[in-house]
Design a protein around this ligand. Structure first.
Ligand code: NAP
Ligand code: ZN
Ligand code: ZN
Length: 348
């Protein structure tokens, strides 16, 4: 039987979010029902509500950084049990048969992964984690290791994996100089993960406002990109740069900071296109790449990695009534370093 549950939704594009109710499907043979405890606020939630990435169905219940407890399982479920601490990230299904799904890269499913929200590949609306419960196929549900609180684990499901995947793919590690551009939700996870992988880490932030935090999070160096000297001082010095910036950037200036053969991986997803001069690439055999979240296996690997290193996200916990204020603070780069909604506040 489907159930009606409390949720927080934007009723229309760009509109403030408000309380509502939504329907969750009946728990199928391979589904688990999760009582959501915490949901992170990703900048992508704001892009989606504002339709920065194109039209989407409304009302929209954002949220793809979900942590909670399994409260019911279907008869065929083997991977999870009632009482398990689990997480759900940016997608809840994929075709499972294409070359990318078979390789564990479900996020790049050729038929289109089924996003947690706002809609599946069939265009049908889908509701995210700003709600009390969610029903998800067991194969798309992650195990949250003991030792990480559910609150600080929630942001790992998007921010964590979005940085872990490229840092791992481009082999951040001892002897590598890595720069993280933008110290927000994604960026602060990038600093922690790159440091734990053994790289020498530099933060490139708009100002020195977050310098103390950046160093506390594990960065070895911190520079302000508002200071033109940063770009002359650091020219040609990074093996890998990961940009998490939610707006367009002067890509050529950042490409100039790469070594010969260095790679700039962009994970930020601004609405507007970004121009690049080919000379920024050919003058140092440099690569410009992109990366989107990570597959299910890799997300589990990331959760286990963070648990083994004893960290989750640095969070500011808020109640559901504070979601709209939190959106404004994210937009003004005033997040330290992820807002996480305490879902228990739905009951308040
Ligand atoms: P966030 O918390 O708002 O962090 C973005 C940071 O970028 C800000 O804190 C700020 O850091 C910097 N920044 C913002 N505006 C800037 C500007 N105009 N110029 C230079 N720097 C600026 O956002 P987030 O949740 O980390 O997400 C970042 C971006 O990644 C969003 O576009 C989001 O949609 C995208 N995203 C992509 C993926 C993926 O799979 N590729 C996954 C999740 C999110 P400083 O204050 O340090 O400068
Ligand atoms: Zn996200
Ligand atoms: Zn597929």
């Amino acid at each position: 039987m489907s159930t009606t549950v409390a949720a927080y939704a934007a009723p229309a594009p760009k509109a403030p979010l408000e309380r509502t109710t939504i329907t969750r499907r009946a728990v199928g043979e391979h589904d688990v029902l999760i009582e959501i405890k915490y949901a992170g606020i990703c900048h992508s939630d704001i892009h989606q509500v504002n339709e920065d990435w194109g039209q989407a169905p409304f009302p929209m219940v954002p949220g793809h950084e979900i942590a909670g407890i399994v409260t019911e399982v279907g008869s065929g479920v083997t991977r999870h049990a009632v009482g398990d601490r689990v997480g759900v990230g940016c997608f809840v299904d994929s075709c499972r048969t294409c070359v990318n799904c078979l390789a564990g890269n479900e996020q790049y499913c050729l038929k289109g992964m089924h996003a947690t929200y706002p809609a599946g590949p069939d265009g049908q609306p889908a509701y995210g984690g700003y709600s009390t419960h969610i029903v998800v196929d067991e194969n798309y549900v992650l195990r949250i290791p003991e030792g990480i609180g559910l609150d600080v684990a929630a942001p790992l499901l998007c921010a964590g994996i979005t940085l872990y995947s490229p840092l791992s793919h481009w082999q951040a590690g001892p002897g590598k100089k890595v720069a993280i551009v933008g110290l927000g939700g994604l960026g602060h996870m990038g600093v922690k993960i790159a440091k734990a992988m053994g790289a020498e880490v530099t933060v490139l932030s708009q100002s020195l406002r977050k310098q103390q935090d950046g160093l506390r999070l594990g960065a070895d160096h911190f520079h302000a990109t508002s200071d033109p000297a940063t770009f002359t001082e650091l020219a040609g010095s990074f093996d890998l740069i990961v940009s998490t910036v939610s707006a367009t950037l002067d890509m050529d200036a950042y490409l100039g900071l790469l070594t010969v053969d260095g790679t700039l991986v962009n994970v930020g997803a601004p609405a507007e296109p970004n121009s690049v001069s080919m000379f920024s690439l050919i003058s140092g055999r440099r690569s410009l790449a992109g990366s989107m979240i990570g597959g299910i296996r890799e997300t589990q690997e990331m959760l286990d990695f963070c648990a083994a290193h004893g960290f989750g996200a640095d969070i500011e916990t808020i109640g559901v009534e504070e979601i709209n204020d939190a959106y404004q603070r994210v937009l003004s780069s005033d997040v330290r370093y992820r807002f996480v909604i305490d879902i228990a506040t739905f009951a308040a």
